[in-house]
Design a protein around this ligand. Structure first.
Ligand SMILES: [Zn+2]
Length: 408
């Protein structure tokens, strides 16, 4: 069937949503459960109801718009929360395009064999307690202690954030009971990298999504006077960190090329120019699309840290903050998406996703796939985030047709 999305309506929706949470720096600041996010949620609810979809929201604040039908549910969506001072396309594209696809199916009165549901997941960006709060809640994968006692990235207990909303820890922890049996999940998303634009190809068919392992770590040594403690008698925590950061990066670059390792945040204590650092707190995260590489990096990098600690007379401590497994997209979804690209006459390329997405979490319940469109200049998570409307139209058409194949 030759059915297409309405790009003018899709563009209007995205522009309307993009005005909610506009900040003074020209970006969008709409972290989950902020006043701007609550406004965006009300907007989405209205759009879902106007489209004639059946609206529901679960205890974690995940929002859904459903076309009811017997049988399993085919789901498509993404998220409408943003990082502080982010852009208007990351996440929003996937939710609004899924809504447009469902709207077109209703307008054309297409008979479905399976239920179809548009989804918007809470806090994909991890501004509250860890990444993917909503999709993890949906899957029953949350750490209860984190939900009840965790602190947000804004330095506020999560429970205090909840008090300003209608959501509760019990509701979040119980969200999984509202999950329907899923047939498949599809997510349209901006690439957030430069590959598609460089290749001049409008559609990326995601083959694999990288896993992530993130720890809060510290080397603990001994502070001392920077002028009177001889170098050979020091237990300098920063030197342990510097040594680890360089050698671990070199290890990943040479033994697991294509995987990533990053020390992103560092705090030295006591933090004075004239005092030897007695403690170095830092984050360490690594990512890979290969489960074998993830396991090998975990073993070798933390053995290296212990080794450096022993050599330098330090103590190494670490705590896992977040672990997400890499996902390989089911071949039936990658080939189905490619077939639809071919029938629409769009060039496509198989790509991997270095960033995490809700699709990765949903892969625990059903076949889960992603469609990427180019990010001009590879820019994302900043006010400069853009899309080419022509590419978005293509991506949304592919999503619509793939959903029809799965549900009709
Ligand atoms: Zn996103």
């Amino acid at each position: 069937m030759d059915i297409r999305i309405d790009i003018d309506r899709l563009k209007r929706d995205l522009e309307e949503l993009g005005r909610i949470g506009r900040d003074e720096y020209g970006g969008v600041s709409r972290p989950s459960f902020s006043p701007a996010d609550l406004e965006a949620r009300a907007w989405l609810r209205q759009k879902i109801e106007e489209a004639g979809l059946c609206y529901r929201q679960d205890g974690a604040g995940n929002q859904f718009g459903r076309i009811e039908c017997a049988g399993k549910t085919v789901m498509a969506g993404s998220h409408i929360d943003t990082v502080p001072n982010g852009g208007m396309f990351d996440g929003a594209v996937g939710v609004v395009a899924a809504l447009e696809a469902a709207r077109r199916m209703l307008e054309e009165k297409i008979p479905l064999k399976k239920a179809l549901e548009v989804a918007s997941f809470t806090d994909e960006e991890g501004n509250l307690v860890g990444d993917f709060l909503g999709s993890r809640a949906f899957m029953g994968l949350l750490d209860e202690n984190e939900v009840r006692n965790g602190w947000t990235s804004f330095g506020m207990p999560f429970r205090d954030v909840l008090k300003r909303t209608a959501f509760t820890a019990d509701g979040i922890l119980g969200a999984r009971k509202d999950r329907p049996a899923l047939e498949a999940y599809l997510e349209l998303h901006i690439e957030q990298g430069p590959v598609l634009e460089e290749e001049g190809i409008p559609i990326g068919v995601v083959e694999r999504i990288a896993g992530k392992h993130y720890r809060q770590c510290a080397f603990v040594g001994e502070s001392g006077h920077a002028g009177t403690t001889p170098l050979e008698l020091r237990h300098d925590a920063f030197l342990g960190l510097a040594d680890l950061a360089l050698r671990a990066t070199q290890f990943v670059a040479t033994k697991h090329y294509g995987s990533m390792l990053t020390v992103g945040k560092v705090a030295l204590h006591p933090g004075s120019f004239s005092v030897i650092p007695g403690r170095a707190d830092f984050t360490l995260e690594f990512r890979s699309v290969s489960p074998e590489a993830m396991a090998a990096i975990e073993t070798d990098v933390f053995a290296l840290a212990e080794d450096i600690a022993a050599t330098r007379g330090l103590k190494f401590v670490s705590k896992v903050v977040d672990k997400t497994a890499p996902v390989t997209v089911a071949p039936r979804l990658t080939s189905l998406i490619e077939e639809e690209c071919r029938s629409l006459g769009y060039a496509s390329l198989r790509v991997t996703s270095g960033a995490g997405h809700d699709a990765q979490i949903l892969a625990g319940a059903c076949d889960s796939g992603m469609i990427f469109i180019p990010s001009p200049d590879g820019v994302s998570h900043t006010p400069g985030e853009r899309v080419d409307w022509g590419d978005l139209e293509k991506g949304a058409n592919v999503l619509l047709r793939a959903l029809l194949r799965l549900a009709a």
